[in-house]
Design a protein around this ligand. Sequence first.
Ligand code: ATP
Length: 236
Amino acid sequence: MLELQDLFIAYESGDVVRGVNLKVEKGEIVGLIGSNGAGKTTLMKSISGLVTPRAGKILFNGQDITGTAPSAVPHLGIAHVPEGRRIFADLTVEENLQIGGYRHGRADLTADFERIYGLFPILRERKKQRAGLMSGGEQQMLAIGRALMARPSFLILDEPSLGLAPLMVRTVFNLIRDIHAEGMTILLVEQNVELALKHVDRAYIIQSGQIRAEGTPDYLREQGGIMDAYLGSAER
Ligand code: ATP
């Protein structure tokens, strides 16, 4: 479904993604695991069109989407829940969800709201509340809900556990599991290795902009030494 081919991405300081090859097949949940500054967010931004690779290709369902404008990416069926959530704090929960739906240009969002409220009952309870007043976990659920409003076929989740209390992390990851079980293809970015390995079909380990290992959770756990070497400050 998604394929990154020999991708290089540079900022003024130089290359921060260096020759990345990565694949996500339809129906999979795949992890991208690495410590701070490894290049994870940059890689996700390239899929969403927010940064343009200096070399390499991004294929989505076989189509070359490298350099597609960010505004066109949701129409391909790709939704991105960014690191830090980026919800609209002054708008209500429902208004935030509405914005996710508008991206798809449908007039009647009733069915979409119902689907999201079915997955996240707390959002129904809070629908008239200002989003900025909710807890971090609730805001994360809203960010995921807003992404799902666009009816994507491919979901990018950038560090959904960041800043959440352990109980809330469990709640959010159970929801991610439910969304995946419904058939969503997911690329999950995480610093927390064990958390990621518990929830993915396969994972890639990234360090200094390069993929250092890839495989199933069982395989990667067996490579404990390699993971320690590459994950540095990442939580183990
Ligand atoms: P984190 O978990 O901390 O977000 P990450 O793995 O997502 O880390 P990136 O945010 O992709 O890493 O950053 C990769 C490298 O690129 C880092 O060295 C970072 O300082 C640098 N970088 C990120 N964004 C920019 C930017 N807009 N301009 C210049 N350098 C940047």
